[in-house]
Design a protein around this ligand. Structure first.
Ligand code: GLN
Ligand code: ZN
Length: 769
C-alpha cells in the first residue's frame, strides 16, 4: 500500500523542445498545421505515459498548450475580443494572433498584453473582458484532451485555471482592473459549472481547478467573490452520469487567510504548497483542520527548483499534515512547467558527484513515487530503506567548500559601499554636461537581432568547427555593422548589440566562479520562447572581465556614446537555479561584488554609460505585501546599489526592467539610485506614469514606446502618439525614447524600420518642445 501521488502540471514543450520547433516551423511557413497537431498529440501521449510508468496516480491533462494556459482558458470561456475574431482565422491562428499579434492579409492587430505568472519567469497572456464579452463555455479543448488520454488507457485528472484566478488576472480593454458585476460572475460560474458537469459525464474522477491567486493578499470583496463563484459551481459535481471530485489547487504560497472559507465551501480536495507556503499552510491546517471528506494534496516536491528533494524533511512535513488528517495525497508543490525536462541527458554534469543532486521534471516523478512509498511504511522500515539512506547522503556533510576570499570581501563591506556620491540631482547635471545629449534621447535596450547567422557562428565555435579568431572576427564585423546602422538612422546612445551573448544570464555565469551549465535544461518563458538558466553550485566571484572587450571595441568604432551592457545581481540570481543551502540574499551579494568589478573595469576602459539590467527584480517580489521589504527589497535594492556605488559622477548608470507593474514599489525602484531606467510600457496601461509623477520619481525614465514581443512594425504616427501620452505625464527633460525591451528575438526586417520610425517620432516631438 502506498499513498497516492499527483502532478499539478507537466512541461509541454518536449524533451528536445519539439513543440517550439513545430510551431515556429509553422509560423515560418515550413510546416503545416497538421504536423503541428501531430507533434502536439505525440508529446501529450509521451508525457502521460512517462507519468504513468513512474507510477503517478493523478496525471494531469489539459496542462498542454500551444502557447499559454491562460490564453487557452480565455478562448474556452469565449473571452476573445472582437478584433481577433474579426480576422476570420481558424482556431489555432486566432490563438496565435491573440498571443503574438497578427499583421497580414486579414488585418493588423497587436497581441494581448503579457505578464509574468506570479513569481515565475513564465508569462501569461492577460484575458481582455469588455462590454461585449459574453462569457460561456465555448470550446472543447479540456474534454478533447481528457478523451484523447482515455482512449490511450490513461484516466487523467483534467486541469483548468479556476474562475477566481481567471477573473482576478483578466483586465479591461485599457488594461484596467475589472470590478465584476453580478452578470459576469453568474456567466462565469455557469460556464465553469458546465465544464464540471461535462467532466462528470465523461467519467472523470477528479478535476483540478488552479487557484494560485488565493495565495495573494485579499482585498475587500475578494472572499465574497470566491464564495459566490464556487457556491454556484460545486453543485455541478453531480453530473447526469456520475460524481466528479473537485480539487482546489493552490500554489506559490499559502492560504492561511482563507482556509476557513475554503473549508466552509467543502471541496473534495485542497492542494497546498508545502514548499513555498509551508509554515503558514501548516499553521492554518492546525488551526482550522479540514472538512470531513476533504483530501489534502500535500505539495512536497518543489516545482520551482531543480535540487533533489530532501526526503527526511518532506516526510516530516507530511507527518505534520497527518496530525490533522490521514486523507493525504503526495503532490508536486506547483506545476512542473517551471523546471526542465530531464537531467538524464546532461552528460556535461558529472554523473557521480553532480547529477545526483538534481531532479528535473522526470526525476521529480520518481521523487513523488519514493515519497508515497516511504509515507506508507513504519519507522522501522524507514530505517532499513536504501532509498531514504541514499537520499540522506546527498544532504550530509558539505557539498561544496566555501570560498573564504568571497566571505572576507563581504564581511569587509560598510554602509558607504552601498551609497553613491554625489546625490542624483547633482549627478544628472554633471552628466548632462559630460554627455551632451539632446532632449528625448533615443536608445535601445541592448541586444540586436540574433540572426540565424549569429547563432550558427556560436554553434560552430562550440563544436570547434571554427577557431576563436574566426568567431571573434565575425562578432567584430557584426558590431561594426550595427554601430554603423545605428549611426545612420540617428540613434543617440548606441549599443554594441550583444551578439556575443547567447543569453543575458548564462553568458555572465560562464565568466563567474561557482556556476554550472546544462545542455538542454530548457524552461518555457513565453509562447515558444524558452530559457536555460545556469546553476549556482558554489560561492560566486568574477573569474575574468566579461564585457569589457566588446564594449570598448564598439566604443572605438564611433564618436557617439556606446552604452555598456550588464546584467544585475538580482536578475542573475532570479534567472539562475539558486542554491538551497545558503540564502538568496547571500548569493545576491556575492553576485553584486562580481558585477561591481565589471562596472569599474568598464568605466576604466572609457565607457561612459553603463546599463545594469534588472529585468527580473519585480518577478521575485513576494506575493504577500507583508513580506515585500523584509523578505526581499531590503536586501535586493542595496545589492543593486553595491554594484554601482563606486563609479565617478560623470558615469551614467542605467537600468532596465521588462515590465511596468511597479506602481507599488516605485520608491524602491527610485532607491536603486540609477540615473536612468527603461521599462516596458507599450503593452500595458500607463498608470505607472501617474505613479512616477506622484512619487516625484528622480530617475530619468524611458517607458518603452513600442512592443518588441511582436513582429509588427509600429508606424511613426503611432509612436508620436505614444510619446505625447508619455509627455502628458512626465517632465520632458527626464524622458528617454526607447523600445520596450531588447531586440534579440526579432528579425532585422522589422527591427530597423521600427527604429527608424521611433527616431523620426522622437525628432518630431523634440521640435515641438
Ligand atoms: N540588455 C538586454 C537585451 O537587450 C535586456 C534583455 C531583457 O531585459 N530581458 O537583450
Ligand atoms: Zn526587457
Amino acid at each position: 500500500m502506498s499513498t497516492s501521488t499527483s502532478v499539478i502540471g507537466f512541461p509541454r514543450i518536449g524533451a528536445q523542445r519539439e513543440l517550439k520547433k513545430a510551431i515556429e516551423g509553422y509560423w515560418k511557413g515550413k510546416l503545416d498545421l497538421d504536423s503541428v497537431r501531430e507533434t502536439a498529440r505525440s508529446l501529450r501521449s509521451e508525457h502521460w505515459n512517462l507519468q504513468k510508468e513512474a507510477g503517478i496516480d493523478l496525471i494531469p491533462s489539459n496542462d498542454f498548450s500551444y502557447y499559454d494556459q491562460m490564453l487557452d482558458t480565455a478562448i474556452l470561456l469565449n473571452v476573445v475580443p472582437r478584433r481577433y475574431a474579426a480576422l476570420g482565422l481558424g482556431p489555432e491562428d486566432t490563438l496565435f494572433a491573440m498571443g503574438r499579434g497578427y499583421q497580414g492579409d486579414q488585418g493588423d492587430v497587436t497581441a494581448l498584453p503579457m505578464k509574468k505568472w506570479f513569481t515565475t519567469n513564465y508569462h501569461y497572456l492577460v484575458p481582455e473582458i469588455d462590454a461585449d464579452t459574453h462569457v460561456e463555455l465555448a470550446g472543447s479543448k479540456p474534454f478533447d484532451e481528457y478523451q484523447e488520454a482515455k482512449d490511450q488507457g490513461i484516466a487523467t485528472k483534467p486541469v483548468v485555471i479556476g474562475p477566481y484566478t481567471f477573473l482576478k488576472l483578466a483586465r479591461g480593454p485599457e488594461g484596467e482592473r475589472i470590478e465584476p458585476g453580478q452578470d459576469l460572475v453568474s456567466a462565469l460560474s455557469k460556464a465553469y459549472a458546465d465544464i464540471i458537469r461535462r467532466f462528470a459525464d465523461l467519467g472523470a474522477d477528479w478535476v483540478q481547478l488552479d487557484e494560485p491567486y488565493l495565495v495573494l493578499d485579499k482585498e475587500d470583496g475578494d472572499l465574497d467573490l470566491f464564495r459566490n463563484l464556487y457556491r454556484a459551481i460545486l453543485p455541478a459535481r453531480q453530473g447526469g452520469e456520475g460524481y466528479v471530485r473537485i480539487l482546489l489547487q493552490t500554489y506559490f504560497g499559502h492560504v492561511g487567510d482563507c482556509l476557513a472559507c475554503i473549508n466552509e465551501l467543502g471541496f473534495d480536495g485542497i492542494g497546498l504548497d508545502l514548499v513555498e507556503g509551508r509554515d503558514e499552510n501548516l499553521a492554518a491546517l492546525k488551526e482550522h483542520g479540514v472538512k470531513q471528506g476533504t483530501t489534502v494534496f500535500a505539495g512536497l516536491v518543489n516545482g520551482r527548483n531543480i535540487w533533489r528533494n530532501n526526503y527526511a524533511v518532506s516526510l516530516g512535513i507530511l507527518d505534520a499534515v497527518r496530525q490533522v488528517t490521514s486523507d493525504v495525497v503526495v503532490s508536486t508543490a506547483s506545476s512542473l512547467l517551471h523546471v526542465p525536462f530531464t537531467v538524464r541527458n546532461e552528460e556535461g554534469l558529472d554523473a557521480k558527484t553532480v547529477r545526483p543532486h538534481f531532479a528535473f521534471a522526470v526525476e521529480k516523478l520518481d521523487e513523488l513515487h519514493d515519497l508515497a512509498i516511504l509515507a506508507a511504511v513504519d519507522d522501522e522500515e524507514k530505517k532499513d530503506s536504501r532509498v531514504l539512506a541514499d537520499n540522506q547522503r546527498l544532504f550530509d556533510g558539505t557539498r561544496v567548500e566555501r570560498d573564504q576570499a568571497v566571505s572576507n570581501r563581504l564581511d569587509a563591506l560598510d554602509e558607504q559601499d552601498f551609497v553613491r556620491q554625489p546625490a542624483r540631482a547633482e549627478r544628472q547635471r554633471i552628466q548632462a554636461e559630460e554627455l551632451g545629449l539632446p532632449d528625448l534621447p533615443t536608445t535601445t535596450i541592448g541586444s540586436f537581432p540574433q540572426t540565424a547567422e549569429v547563432r550558427s557562428y556560436r554553434a560552430r565555435l562550440r563544436k570547434k568547427e571554427i577557431s576563436q579568431e574566426e568567431y571573434d572576427g565575425f562578432i567584430a564585423s557584426q558590431i561594426d555593422q550595427v554601430i554603423d546602422h545605428q549611426e545612420r538612422i540617428g540613434l543617440d546612445v548606441l549599443v554594441h548589440g550583444e551578439f556575443e551573448r547567447n543569453d543575458m544570464v548564462e553568458y555572465f555565469g560562464q565568466n563567474l566562479n561557482g556556476y554550472l551549465f546544462t545542455k538542454n535544461a530548457w524552461v518555457q518563458s513565453y509562447g515558444t520562447r524558452c530559457v536555460k538558466p545556469p546553476i549556482v553550485w558554489g560561492d560566486v566571484s568574477r573569474a575574468r572581465p566579461i564585457t569589457v572587450r566588446w564594449s570598448s571595441y564598439a566604443q572605438s568604432r564611433t564618436k557617439h556614446v556606446v552604452k555598456g551592457m550588464l546584467t544585475g545581481p538580482v536578475t542573475i540570481l532570479n534567472w539562475s537555479w539558486p542554491r538551497e543551502d545558503i540564502t538568496h540574499e547571500e548569493q545576491t551579494r556575492q553576485l553584486a561584488l562580481a558585477i561591481r568589478d565589471e562596472v569599474l573595469d568598464l568605466e576604466a576602459a572609457g565607457i561612459k554609460v553603463i546599463q545594469i539590467d534588472e529585468a527580473a527584480l519585480r518577478e521575485k517580489l513576494p506575493l504577500r505585501r507583508s513580506d515585500w521589504h523584509t523578505g526581499y527589497l531590503d536586501w535586493a535594492v542595496p545589492a543593486f546599489r553595491l554594484v554601482h556605488s563606486a563609479v565617478k559622477p560623470t558615469t551614467q548608470i542605467h537600468t532596465h526592467m521588462c515590465y511596468s507593474e511597479f506602481n507599488d514599489i516605485i520608491k524602491d525602484i527610485d532607491a536603486m539610485d540609477a540615473d536612468v531606467i527603461s521599462f516596458e510600457a507599450s503593452r500595458s496601461d500607463l498608470t505607472v506614469l501617474d505613479a512616477i509623477q506622484e512619487a516625484h520619481f528622480e530617475t530619468e525614465a524611458g517607458p518603452g514606446v513600442y512592443d518588441i514581443h511582436s513582429p509588427r512594425i509600429p508606424s511613426e504616427e503611432e509612436i508620436v502618439e505614444r510619446i505625447h501620452a508619455i509627455l502628458d505625464k512626465l517632465d520632458a527633460r527626464k524622458v528617454w525614447i526607447n523600445p520596450d525591451c531588447g531586440l534579440k528575438t526579432r528579425g532585422n526586417e522589422e527591427t530597423w524600420p521600427s527604429l527608424e520610425h521611433m527616431v523620426a517620432a522622437a525628432k518630431l516631438v523634440r521640435e515641438e518642445l
